[in-house]
Design a protein around this ligand. Sequence first.
Ligand SMILES: [Fe+2]
Ligand SMILES: [Fe+2]
Length: 464
Amino acid sequence: MKKNIFFWLAILAAALMFVFLGWAFSQHGTIGLFRVNGTFQKLFIILGVFGLVLAALTLLEKHLHSRQAKHSTNILSFFVRAGTLLGIVIFVFAFFYVGMIPGPLKGGQSPQLLIEDGSGVNGVPNLAIVFNTEKATSNTVKWGPDNASFTLNEEKPAKQHVFALNNLQPDTRYWYQVNNGQKIYFNSPPAAGKPLHFAVGSDAHFGAEDSRTDLTSKMLHQIVDPAKGYNMFFYLGDLVEHGFTDSQWQEALKTMSVTTSEIPAKYIVGNHDTLLGGLGRYEGYCEPSGMVLQSGTRLWQRIDVGNVHFLMIDLEWSAESFTAEQGAWLENQLASIPKDDWKIVVGHGFYYASGSITDGWKWYDNPETINKLSPLFEKYGVDMVFSGHAHQLELLQKSGVNYVICGGFGGKPDDPRQYISPESVWYASNDYAFMDVTVNATNANLIFRDPDGKVIYSQVIQKH
Ligand SMILES: [Fe+2]
Ligand SMILES: [Fe+2]
């Protein structure tokens, strides 16, 4: 009887390895994690092999025991018992560490002013005030231009709150107020024909021990400074180190909201954000279901600001997340934009890049993303492509497309490049920075700024 319990416990421990692996691979992004991150690849393989070996030894022990080979089973029994204990400990640890049953979203309690997918009626996109509450509540938002006040009431109590601000006039000062709290002021983006000024940051990695959140905060203060006059802020992913850890989202959103409550902002998804079940947190915090989708999905969207068009794409580890469906969508969008308008692609993963081999993956010129996307960029005359993922600063130019890598928003910088991309125009490692971009009628000014706002590098891009 006792032997039987040990036998079934050992089989259970072996099976739990595959329960975990099955769960992990059912999560968004895990195929990319397995392909690109050599450490996780080894870990997953070790878990699978451990499960198989434990199952095999358990069956062998049972077989020998049934043949009364007592002496030969003693040492084997020891390994099976030890393996059983280890397997159960590993599973319980993994279950709670990554949250296989996801816990509640406790972050995002400060309001954020997020940009909605598509076009607004007056040439500037619709915005949404987004925040979360720990308990289900009904809230009120008042808002308007200086000379008016509109009231939005939630009908049903909820934990996620989305208040749409539609029909905005361009270049106008507005205010909003959540539940009679402090009035917050913001400016809507300008109309077609006026310069559009936006900031871009990527790869803050909140929650990583080696992240410089002090520098992230400095850059956020630069971007929100009214004297700098930023109209919009694009954040290109890897906001947190572990997408499955809610406390990292709590810290990140609290820090970001200093800026994202006042500057219309857009979060693009990164591979760390969706890590092992993190997708639900990214969507809950950055693209809650109440935000209206006009052209895309919660992971890929288009934003129109006058004659400047932003295509936000889902490119996480390599090109795994760039599905055929997304490719068809991107091509349709690009084809529908007038030839002389600005086309700007923003996403997490890079294409051309200098870099090194890390964890067994070539973190530079990526043939998978280049082959899938660059022909589209070239065919439809995309002007600028912004990405992060590589923790470095780089400008590359290929066939009229300007590729900007700005993964310097706080995550640990990558080691200096060992491979130099033939398309590289300028490169810096070991620098923290954000982008300051002004799109004019016939050119755009790209500036890499350090956390104090000082210019590290600038380049004027001509419109093709
Ligand atoms: Fe990153
Ligand atoms: Fe990344």
